[in-house]
Each structure stands twice: as structure tokens, then as C-alpha cells.
Design a protein around this ligand. Structure first.
Ligand code: APR
Length: 262
């Protein structure tokens, strides 16, 4: 259960973040909300309040209506490209740049806001995109050339424009390079995330409902390995009980108060 000994949470947490040799962030859609990117489960505004995830975020949904899914992701991609990192992304990136190698960001988000903030602040953070990237594509099916040692596999960048684009050689369709419901995470990403969660002194869990596994389990993994777990969220989440302390508030407000200028 949560540890209620904190009389001065920010002072005590800042001391821990100052002393930590390894810090992990587990971020979710709430991390991007103040950049104008909708979350999934917030009432009214969340994507799943207005769209059926099984139709739009599953392989079966894509195969059933490729154009609808492709166009929905194009709309979301446009939103990501128009968004900008906010003060919370910048605070994390600057903390990482001041302490190279200390911060690992495990993000469930498929936007590139953490990556852009890191690039602007001068790198320093390791970022693991657990659910892939909405700005990348990959083939829907295995390329028939994968089995042919004499020929190079088809190149996604050569796909013919379309909804979705198709390979001019084998007809394969492109799909967004994200992890859909029912799909496994890349085992290298998950292994890296589990190792980082097990090794950190402090874990900041920012803007996630804690409803989707295995990402949601990383907070418990960190706690059981001895990390101090802090949740930053505007509302209660399904993993609040894994936290030593829950800070109620927004990512863009809380993260600068916690990290600047440690
Ligand atoms: N600051 C902090 N937290 C916020 C903010 C904010 N400004 N705005 C919303 N939140 C919180 C909400 O209270 C909620 O707990 O962010 C969380 C968003 O939860 P979800 O919409 O469920 O997003 P997430 O937890 O990332 O979902 C996990 O589910 O649909 C899949 O693949 C998708 O990666 C996603 C996964």
C-alpha cells in the first residue's frame, strides 16, 4: 500500500531524485495530453470513448477494413506532427542531459514527443517505445522474398501510395508500426524495460491508467526490486497501490517541480 509518511513530498522526492543513480519513467497517454494528443480512456475525450479499439487498433480490424484503419492512423499522425513537447517532456529531457545514462524512459506512447524533447535537450535518456511508433510503417504480411536468399526483401519506402500503400512487387500492404491489441511487444524492448525497472532507484509513473499489460506490470516490478515508486496522474489509476506516493496533478506541472534544476 502507499506510504503516507511524506509531509513534504516534493522536497523528499527531489532529494531521492538527486541521489538516485538510476531513474525510470513509465509514461502513458496522459504524458502527451497537454501537447494536445488525446488519451485513450479519459471520459468523453479519450479515443476509446469515440472509437472501437478492436476495429481500429487490431490486426483483424485492419484486415476487415484497411482503408478505415489506415486513414484513422493518418489522422492521428497529423496530430502528432502538429504537437510539440511540453514542459514535462522538457524537464525529463534536461534532467537526462544533466545526468547522462541515469534516466530510462519506458513509454507506452507511439508519438515522438519524448524523443523530440531529448533531441532538443542534448540526448542523455534511453527511450524504449514499448508500443512502437505511429510515425513508422511495416509490412502487414511477411514478404515472400524473405524466403528467397537471392532477392532482397521488399522495401517499405518503395510502396506505392494508397490507403494503405502496397508493394509494387508483391502486393503486400503497409500497416502502422505500432503494437495492436492481441500483439506481443518486441521481446527486446520488453526485456530492456524489465531490466530497467528492476534496476532503478526511483520510478516515476506518469499519465497511465495502468490497464494494459505487460507495461502496467513494470511499476510492481520496480517496487518489488526496491525502487521508490511515484505516480503522477490527474486521476486514480489501476496501479496506484504499487506506488509509495501518488502525486495528483498534470505531467506538465508536476515534472518541472520535481526535476528542475536537479
Ligand atoms: N497529466 C497526467 N496524467 C494525465 C493527464 C495529464 N495532463 N491527462 C490524463 N492523464 C491520465 C489519465 O487520468 C489516465 O490515467 O493519463 C491516463 C491515460 O490513460 P489511458 O488513456 O488508458 O492511456 P494509457 O494508460 O497510456 O493506455 C495504455 O492502452 O490503448 C492502449 O496502446 C494503448 O498505449 C496505450 C495503452
Amino acid at each position: 500500500m502507499r506510504d503516507r509518511r511524506y509531509a513534504h513530498p516534493f522536497r523528499d522526492l527531489r532529494a531521492k531524485l538527486r541521489e538516485a543513480s538510476s531513474v525510470c519513467v513509465l509514461s502513458g497517454a496522459g504524458m502527451s495530453a497537454e501537447s494536445g494528443i488525446p488519451t485513450f480512456r479519459d471520459a468523453q475525450t479519450g479515443l476509446w470513448a469515440n472509437f472501437d479499439p478492436m476495429q481500429l487498433a487490431s490486426e483483424a480490424g485492419f484486415r476487415a477494413d484497411p482503408q478505415r484503419v489506415w486513414d484513422w492512423y493518418q489522422m492521428r499522425r497529423d496530430g502528432v506532427r502538429q504537437a510539440a513537447p511540453h514542459a514535462g517532456h522538457v524537464a525529463l529531457a534536461r534532467y537526462a542531459a544533466r545526468h547522462p545514462g541515469r534516466l530510462t524512459i519506458l513509454t507506452q506512447n507511439v508519438d515522438d514527443l519524448h524523443q523530440r524533447a531529448a533531441a532538443q535537450a542534448g540526448e542523455g535518456a534511453r527511450i524504449v517505445a514499448l508500443h512502437g511508433s505511429i510515425l513508422s510503417d511495416r509490412w502487414l504480411d511477411a514478404c515472400p522474398r524473405d524466403e528467397d536468399l537471392m532477392r532482397r526483401p521488399c522495401d517499405p519506402s518503395r510502396a506505392e501510395p494508397g490507403h494503405p500503400p502496397r508493394c509494387p512487387d508483391c502486393g503486400n500492404r503497409l500497416r502502422p508500426g505500432v503494437v495492436w491489441f492481441g500483439e506481443s511487444l518486441d521481446y527486446r524492448d520488453l526485456t530492456a524495460a524489465e531490466e530497467a525497472a528492476s534496476a532503478c532507484d526511483v520510478m516515476l509513473v506518469v499519465g497511465t491508467s495502468g490497464t494494459v499489460w505487460p507495461a502496467a506490470g513494470l511499476a510492481a516490478r520496480a517496487r518489488h526490486a526496491g525502487a521508490h515508486v511515484v505516480i503522477l496522474n490527474t486521476q486514480a489509476s489501476e496501479i496506484d497501490d504499487e506506488a509509495h506516493i501518488v502525486l495528483t496533478g498534470s505531467a506538465a506541472t508536476l515534472l518541472p517541480r520535481l526535476l528542475d534544476p536537479l
